[in-house]
Design a protein around this ligand. Structure first.
Ligand code: EPZ
Length: 435
C-alpha cells in the first residue's frame, strides 16, 4: 500500500450487474482499542479476526516503539506482549497519522503513571478537540502540561484515582480510554453518559471476561473498580465491521439484485436497514448475513430526513455513502450531520459528478434525485468519504480515478480485490510520476 496509489474504476452507468458474496472483516474501531488495552495485562493477549488495514499497522508500530511485542500468530491473529514495554512517550510522527493513537493515553497513564502524546491526527472531518480526555484525566488526579502541541500527563505517586466523571458528549474513544484508565486506577470510577457503540461494549466485555470489575455494561453508566494488572484468560474476537457492512449494503442496493454480505451482525446496522427498507430495497436477513435482493423503486417520491446520531442512531460513518444512495432515489431527502461539523465537504465533488444537492447550511444537505452520475477524478478527503466516492464511481457512467487511496486502505482491507470478486472493474495503480 502506498500513499501514492490510485484506483481506476469503470462505472456501471446505473446497471445492477454486481453479484456474489462479500465477507465482512473485523472492525477497525473495535480492534484498535483492544490492541491498546494490552497494556492493562500482566501477560500476552491474543486478538482474533484482526483486519489487514493500515491503521492496525500504525497501532502495531506505535506499540512496538513503546517496547511492546506485537506479532502475527497466523493470518488474522495477533499476539501482543506488554511485559517488555518501557516507554511512555508516543512517537509523534506515527501518532499524528491516526486519531485512535490517543486510545493509548488511558492504559499507559494508568499502568506507568505518565504518558506523553502529541495532539492526535486523523481524518479532517471537524475540529475534533480532546478536552474531554484532559478533563477526565484531571478528575482522576493527573497533572496535565501542554507544550508545543504535546501533552505530558503525570499521575501522583504513579497511580490514577477513581472519580465520578460525567461526559458532556457521548464519545466513542473517550469512553474507551476511561474504561481502560479506570481498570488500573485506585478505587471506584463511575463513568456517566458512556457511548453505547458496539465497539465500546466489546472492549468492556473483553476486559470483564479477563477479570476487570465493570458493572453496567450496555448502559450509559459504568461503575469500574480498579485493581492490579489483569492476567490474560480469554482472547479477543474482533466483531464484524458495521461500517463496512453498511457500505456494502448501500453498494448492493445501488448495483445488485443478488449481493450476499456475510460474516456480519445485522443488529449493528439496524438504523440503515430501516432506511433502505423504507426506500424499497429488498434485504433478506440471516443470523450473520444480509442478502440484497433488489430495489423496488416506488412511484411515490421519497422524502426522508436522516440525522446522524450516537449508536443505535444512524452512524456518522455511513452518512457519505447514504448521500450517494439518495442521489439515486426519486424525491428529496435530507441528511443532517450532527456529530462532526466538517463532514459534508465531499459533497462538492458529488455535485461535479452530476448530483443535485442543496446545502441548507454546513451540516444539512438536501439531495434531489434521481440524477445520473458521471465518472471523474476524485480526491478522497477521509476514510468514509473515500469509500462513498468508490460507490459513486461504481454507479457512474464512464471511468473515475480516486486519489488518496491511503485513506481507504486505513480502514478497508484490500478493497479492490473484494470488489473485483463481485464484478466491479477496479484497478490499483501507482500514481503517474510517483516513485
Ligand atoms: C470514533 O471517533 C470513531 N473512531 C470515528 O470513526 C467515528 O466517526 C466516531 O467515533 C463517531 O462514531 C474510532 O473509533 C477510532 P467521538 P471519536 O469522540 O471517538 C466530540 C473512522 O472513520 N468530542 O465519539 O474520535 C467530537 O468532536 C472514524 O473510522 C469533543 O468535543 O469520535 C464529536 O463531535 C472517523 N471532545 C463528538 O465528540 C473530545 O474530547 C463525538 O465524537 C472528544 C470528542
Amino acid at each position: 500500500m502506498d500513499m501514492k496509489d490510485e484506483f481506476l474504476i469503470q462505472g456501471l452507468a446505473g446497471k445492477r450487474l454486481l453479484k456474489g458474496e462479500i465477507p465482512i472483516r473485523g472492525s477497525k474501531n473495535a480492534v484498535l482499542p483492544a490492541m491498546a488495552s494490552s497494556f492493562l495485562f500482566s501477560g500476552p493477549i491474543l486478538l482474533h479476526n484482526v483486519p489487514h488495514i493500515e491503521d492496525v499497522l500504525r497501532m502495531s508500530e506505535l506499540m512496538s516503539s513503546l517496547g511492546a511485542k506485537v506479532s502475527a500468530k497466523n493470518d488474522r491473529t495477533l499476539l501482543i506482549s506488554p511485559e517488555s514495554a518501557h516507554a511512555h512517550i508516543l512517537d509523534t510522527a506515527i501518532a499524528k497519522r491516526f486519531r485512535a493513537s490517543i486510545l493509548l493515553s488511558g492504559p499507559l497513564l494508568s499502568r506507568f503513571g505518565k504518558v506523553v502524546f502529541p495532539y492526535p491526527g486523523g481524518c479532517v472531518i471537524g475540529k475534533r478537540p480532546i478536552d474531554l480526555f484532559l478533563q477526565g484525566f484531571k478528575k482522576m488526579g493527573a497533572r496535565v502540561l501542554e507544550r508545543d502541541e504535546h501533552f505530558t500527563l503525570f499521575a501522583p505517586k504513579g497511580k490514577l484515582s477513581g472519580a465520578d466523571i460525567f461526559f458532556k458528549i457521548q464519545s466513542v474513544t473517550v469512553s474507551e480510554t476511561f474504561i481502560m484508565a479506570a481498570v488500573l486506577a485506585r478505587g471506584v470510577t463511575v463513568l456517566r453518559n458512556v457511548a453505547l457503540e458496539p465497539e465500546v461494549t466489546a472492549l468492556a466485555q473483553f476486559l470483564l471476561s479477563n477479570g476487570a470489575r465493570i458493572e453496567g455494561i450496555g448502559t450509559t453508566t459504568l461503575k469500574i473498580t480498579g485493581g492490579a494488572p489483569l492476567s490474560p484468560k480469554h482472547s479477543y474476537d474482533t466483531i464484524p465491521d458495521r461500517i463496512e457492512t453498511g457500505s456494502f449494503l448501500l453498494l448492493g442496493a445501488l448495483s445488485s439484485d443478488n449481493l450476499l454480505i456475510s460474516d456480519c451482525k445485522p443488529d449493528h446496522v439496524r438504523a440503515l436497514i430501516d432506511v433502505l427498507r423504507e426506500s424499497g430495497v429488498i434485504i433478506k436477513e440471516g443470523k450473520d448475513t444480509l442478502h440484497v435482493r433488489g430495489w423496488k423503486k416506488a412511484n411515490t417520491p421519497l422524502s426522508l430526513q436522516i440525522k446522524t446520531h450516537e449508536y443505535p442512531g444512524f452512524p456518522t460513518d455511513l452518512q457519505a455513502p447514504l448521500v450517494v444512495f439518495f442521489t439515486q432515489c426519486k424525491g428529496e431527502n435530507l441528511v443532517f450531520e450532527t456529530i462532526f461539523e466538517g463532514r459534508l465537504s465531499y459533497i462538492e465533488d458529488l455535485k461535479r459528478m452530476g448530483a443535485d444537492i442543496v446545502m441548507w447550511d454546513t451540516q444539512r444537505a438536501l439531495i434531489k434525485g434521481v440524477t445520473p452520475l458521471k465518472g471523474r477524478e476524485l480526491d478522497g478527503p477521509d476514510i468514509r468519504a473515500g469509500l462513498a466516492f468508490l460507490i459513486a464511481a461504481i454507479v457512474a457512467r464512464g471511468s473515475s480515478i480516486i486519489n488518496n487511496v491511503y485513506y481507504i486502505d486505513r480502514g478497508y482491507e484490500r478493497i479492490e480485490e473484494r470488489l473485483s470478486a463481485v464484478g466491479v472493474s477496479i484497478e490499483r495503480r501507482k500514481k503517474a510520476g510517483s516513485a
